[in-house]
Design a protein. Sequence first.
Length: 325
Amino acid sequence: MELVLNSYGVSLHRDQESFVVSNSEGRQKIPAEGIISIQVSRGAQITSDAVMLAIEREIEILFVGKDGTVFGRVWSPKYGSISTIRKGQLNFAMGHRAVEWIKDILVRKIDNQQALLLATAADDTFTQNRLQTALRRLEDYRHKITLATGEVISDVTTTLRGWEGVASKIYFEQINLSLPEKYRFTTRSQHPATDVANAMLNYGYGILYGKIEGSLIKAGIDPYIGVMHRDDYNRPVLVFDVIEQYRIWVDFVVFNLLQQNAVSEEYYSLRSDGSCWLEPLGRRVVIQSLNDYMEEIVDQHGVSRSRTTQLTLYAQKLASLFKTL
């Protein structure tokens, strides 16, 4: 369970082994047992006693901006990394294995994009013709990435980023056709979004960034040592690498909400500068929808587990690899 504090004036404090959420409508007591994280947005308050309880129970606390980006976190000291993992992580980032690792992630990303396009495309002839063209183009870039060679990641970074960027542009142009006309967008916009579809995507990616960073930290991995993303100062760049294979989770949730016309004008606001921001109701819907999707039990390699567990196991597997290097 994830405890989300995203309403202005809401507060969280401790009552023995439980948390108490208070707002203008009253109080709710929630046992600490079963809570895995607490999200705190601007305008919400959390007491030091509540922070201490979270630390005791190994519940991470995320401080989240209005775009969904995590800009601070508190976690248990029990998550400490060991030098073996960090040394192996540095060796990995500078060696040949990193090239194959990032290529595999980008190939998975394109595989996911192709699958979602096939699942969401309309049946009309125009869309189907455009779809087949888009799929062929994506397959071309997938093939190029597979064949890319280099001894170290710096040999291929620029090329891979270019191909990944073009593939994503093809993907978004095509999936845009599957949306109701009022939600269609002219381009991907991030800082800030200029339409509700991009605002929802950006917020969802922000949530997912936080979940991935938390999984890496718990596994003992340093999220600030990246592979393809290596030049961003003081940013958790390894998260930017890992998320590429999981972005499709956010895409599915957001595009499903839009296709079902489940987004009302109360969810977002358009500002005078042309930007679009999610309002508290819109943020709650994205958070709840993505959390439900993450906790859904799905089959992976013959084993049934939630997507949240998949993230945890992936981080643990990566940490185990680093220990051997």
